[in-house]
Every structure is written in structure tokens, then in C-alpha cells.
Design a protein around this ligand. Sequence first.
Ligand code: S3P
Length: 451
Amino acid sequence: MSSHGTPVPMSSTRCGPLKGRADVPGDKSISHRSLILGAMAVGETRITGLLEGEDVLDTAKAMRAFGAEVTDHGGAEWSVHGVGVGGFAEPDQVIDCGNSGTGVRLIMGAMATTPIAATFTGDASLNGRPMARVTDPLALFGAVAVGRTGGRLPMTIVGAKEPVPVRYVTPVPSAQVKSAVLLAGLNAPGQTVVIEKEATRDHTERMLQGFGAELSVEDTDEGRVITLTGQPELRPQVITVPRDPSSAAFPVCAALITEGSDVLVPNIGLNPTRAGLFETLRDMGADLSYENERIEGGEPMADLRARYSPDMKGIEVPPERAASMIDEYPVLSVVAANAVGPTVMRGVKELRVKESDRIEAMATGLRANGVEVEDGPDWWIVQGRGMGRVQGGAECASHLDHRIAMSFLVLGMSTVQPVHVDDAGPIATSFPIFEPLMARLGARIERTATE
Ligand code: S3P
């Protein structure tokens, strides 16, 4: 099933060169945060280039339910009239976050220190994902969470009446957990401190500073220590959302494995907490260059140029790079299947609790298409068959996971036989223009009839 309707089966067939320019949509992480921080500021935040995928649209709806005025001006221009820190109203309906772990976890944090109650739900994928990683630290502020067994959604959070500030060491490398604690800390008096042993994407920290919060970051022996002073008045911002490096990964990887390709993916944010995939691809021997490198809105940016790279080699991906490419392992495994020799990926336990168990989903689909994969609790190894030498021909289950669906469609661009995906509907959560964008480059992705 797709997240919101009937399954959308698709197949992908080996194609001629991919050529041209791929204008991928806005960054999903920054889009969620723009809406949520906009709703917590006093006055009107203007956003250009918002990702209009289902995940972010669900967050926009949720912000309206908490009392913010959220307006779609067309052409990816949005505005949010915020209600201020601590100003959220109690929603009179259940908040449905669809497929989005980022949406639900950040919103839970944002409301947990305001004395209101809210009930959250999502689709089958989201309702199976662990929430205790967020509700445990929110309880330290004084919030109460009641959900299903195992800390699953649907779940009600009753916000703390008299929140206290928190010092919290995140037990897993997760920007969602870190962000939930920081957003909760906004409405607690005094200083809330979050310590992460491994750096994860830092958009929340950068954006909170942009919105005028007092926030400092220090690298210490204990880890990255983030200190936020509570109860600031957040000032509305004018935000231009950069294009999403995690979406750019798909046309980039497709170009690397499709004979004769030369694709330009302009204006991609290369924040070091997000750019791990591109370094890894270059380590594998990919012909991937950064053109027009620059700093925009405080973030490093470049135009990515990817050309067919028939001689890539498998590598051991440095585990310390995992957080900076956590969403990109599925599509990396597709490139790895086309490289020579094994690609070893370790320290990636978190892949098992994403929109799907991504190691299991990719390993099963790759094996069905003729690739050898070994896996364990926090590692997997893909045995590369060499460029264009994967057989294909099998159907792969997307498990309500957009990145699994897109990865298998990219795989089909290089395989001897077409690759089929049972349901590509979830792609709409993060990359609603994937199909036309890939078609314009020259890909052969077709919708197949449902029985
Ligand atoms: C995100 C954090 C990551 C990532 C997700 C987006 C964010 O999740 O996988 O797609 O915007 O904070 P975790 O926090 O679970 O690592």
C-alpha cells in the first residue's frame, strides 16, 4: 500500500545516457524545521523553496492545528504566522503525521513543554517506529506520554505545566531526538543541554540561532555539547530552503551507473553533516565533481556534476561517516552492486528503524535481483558484480519507504532485466517530482498495471 492510497507499482528498465539538469526539490529536514520554528516565532516567517512533499504538508497541517496561520502562496512560497514559544493551542483533532518520523518527533518536542494535550498517529510504517527515544527525554521536562506497547503511535502527549530544563546525552545518533529535546527546551526556563557523541545533522542548531535563540555548541571530550537558553522570543525569518542532498543522491547515483551519462544537479547544500555520500562515492572512484562551490545563507553549496563511472570499486565506508549519510545507504548499496568488489557498511544499526528496516529491505531486493549481500545487526556487505552486470528481473517491496522505492528504480537503470517495485507511492513523501524529473533525464520508469 502507498502511504495514503492504493499501491503504485512501477518498473525501471536499462536506458540510454541520462543527460541534462536535475532540479531536485527543497530539503526535507529544513522544510519541517522552517514550518515548526516559524510557528514558534512571533510574527510572519516567509519560506521560499519549501518541499511540498506529503511529509512536510502533514507538518504544515499540524502547525495549523496548534494555532499557527500557515499559508501556501503557490510556487513553493509559504508563510507562517507564528504564535510564539509556549503559544501553541490544544489541537481538537488527532495529529496525523503520515509517514514522517521527523515531523512527529519534532512536533512532540515542540509541544511537550506547553500545558496542552495532543494525540499523534501516522501510517503503518510510522506507527511501527520507536518513539521512546523521544518520549524518554521529554518526560525529564515533565511531559507525560501514553502510547501503545513498545512506545508506539498512536500516542498522546500531555505537555509539562511547569517544565524544568534538561541535560541529556542522546543514546543514539539521531538529529530527531536532539531536535525534539532542543525544541522542548525552548519553553523551559534556564539552560537545556544536549550532548551527542557523534555529530548529526545540525539544521536545528543553525536555524535556532537564525531565529534569535541563544544557543552555543562546543566540541568536548564528552561529545558535541549544545546549550540552549530557554524562553527566548523567536524572531520571524525569511528562509530560502536549499535543495535536498538526500534527493540529489538519486539522480547522481543513477548517472554514475547509466552508460554515457552526464547530469548536473544544481544548488545542493553540502553541509558536512549531510554530505557523506558524495565523499564515499568519490572514494569509490566516481566521476563526481563540485562546480561553482560557494557559501549561501551560511551553508556550503555547490552544483554537483555526475558522469558515468564504469570503474568504481567497493570500499569499507568509514563508520564515523554514517550519521552524515544515514539516509543514503540504500542508494549507495545500488552503486555498490555495480562496483567491483565488496562494499562494507558498519555502524549502521539506525538503518533498521527508519521508514522500514532498510538493511533488510535492500538486502532482500538486491538478492532477488542477483546480488550477494551479507548482513548483521549493525552491518552489511554488498558484493559488487561490476558495472551493468546485475541481472535484475525481480519484484522488490518498498515497505512504505520512499528511499527503498527510489533506490530499486535506480537499480533498474543498470540491470540486464527490468526491476519492478510493488509500490512507488511513498516517493511522494519526499520527492514528488521524481518520476518526471528522471524521465526528462532519459530514464525509463513506467507505471505498471495493478492486478
Ligand atoms: C532527520 C534525521 C534523521 C534522518 C531523517 C531526517 C531530521 O533521522 O534519517 O530522514 O530531519 O532530523 P534520525 O534522527 O532518526 O537519525
